[in-house]
Design a protein around this ligand. Structure first.
Ligand code: NAD
Length: 292
């Protein structure tokens, strides 16, 4: 059935997600502080304006601090029984805090971060990993079906974010491993196309290699084919690896590969030229370096 949806955060991910909801026949109103828009989506001047009368408010925002601020404004404006669906990647504590505030306000809440990147957002093939009550998950399900191809109910509020940061800790480490292996292959005189052909069908395969190959001109189209324009920006990977290390510290989990991936991405963004580049731009970074 046609739902009235408010969509807050029309960035690289949010804009195509909102456009898919509009294309599916929902009435979508959007808001973004940068004034961005999405196809088929009317925009407003405030977050509260998109929340008023909405059956569902979806957030696709940069981080937990921003989510907390936006939620404060939005929860006041939403009608009782409506659903606040946060698809951003944020810390588990922020998700739990917003869930509690939503419950106090008589609203449903689910944290439902996504995997699949801008390609998945555009194609409507994202994977959602959700935390929250069964009622919230059920209310969100028809929208997951439009924006994605799979939704897993991971547990209570915060469980979706827990799944997301574990996934992205693996992603950060495998992207680095894939990039350093390409740089090694170059120096060994191995052709990149042959390297892709072998690894993508051998035990070194991963999403980083097969679906998002960091070498330009090889594999399916990826940010490498577009000068490493994000895509998924390196600074967002720093954010996600920071979240997994923060979570690991909080529960005393040993995550040395996660720690090293964070250190390398942080160096790339803060001391080298990684800022504003896709996280697969680790390949030209390794290409330019020798052993040190
Ligand atoms: P983005 O920076 O392109 O988009 C975020 C948008 O939020 C921007 O347009 C910004 O102007 C807007 N914004 C910031 N503060 C706001 C506020 N107070 N009110 C309204 N709008 C505000 O980032 P993105 O790549 O679209 O990522 C969004 C979220 O999705 C992040 O949490 C990210 O970690 C996660 N994510 C991204 C990808 C990816 O491949 N890009 C994949 C999975 C998850």
């Amino acid at each position: 059935k046609r739902a009235k949806i408010g969509f807050i955060g029309l960035g690289n991910m949010g804009a195509p997600m909102a456009a898919n909801l509009a294309r599916a026949g929902h009435e979508v109103t959007g808001f973004d502080t940068a004034g961005t828009t999405a196809e088929g989506v009317s925009t407003t001047q405030t977050a509260a304006a998109v929340a008023t009368d909405a059956d569902v408010v979806i957030c696709m925002l940069p981080n937990g601090a921003i989510l907390r601020n936006v939620a404060e404004e939005v929860l006041r404006a939403m009608k009782k029984g409506a659903l606040l669906l946060d698809c951003s990647t944020v810390d588990v504590e922020a998700a739990r805090a917003v869930a509690a505030a939503a419950e106090d306000a008589g609203l449903l809440f689910a944290d439902a971060p996504v995997s699949g990147g801008i390609g998945g957002a555009s194609a409507g093939t994202l994977t959602f990993m959700a935390g929250g009550t069964e009622a919230a998950f059920q209310a969100a399900s028809p929208l997951f079906d439009v924006m994605g191809q799979k939704a897993v109910h991971c547990g209570e509020a915060g469980a979706g974010q827990a799944a997301k940061i574990c996934n992205n800790m693996i992603l950060g480490a495998t992207m680095i491993a894939t990039c350093e292996a390409f740089a090694l292959a170059d120096k060994l005189g191995l052709d990149r196309a042959r390297m892709f052909d072998v690894v993508s069908t051998s035990s070194g395969y991963s999403w980083s290699m097969n679906a998002y190959c960091p070498a330009p001109g090889i594999g399916p189209k990826s940010p490498a084919d577009n000068g490493y324009t994000p895509g998924f920006a390196s600074e967002l990977m720093v954010k996600d690896l920071g979240l997994s290390q923060q979570a690991a510290e909080a529960v005393d989990a040993d995550t040395p590969m996660g720690a090293l991936a964070l250190a390398l991405y942080r160096q790339f963004v803060e001391k080298e030229d990684g800022k504003g580049k896709d996280f697969s731009a680790m390949l030209p970074r390794f290409e330019a370096r020798g052993r040190s």
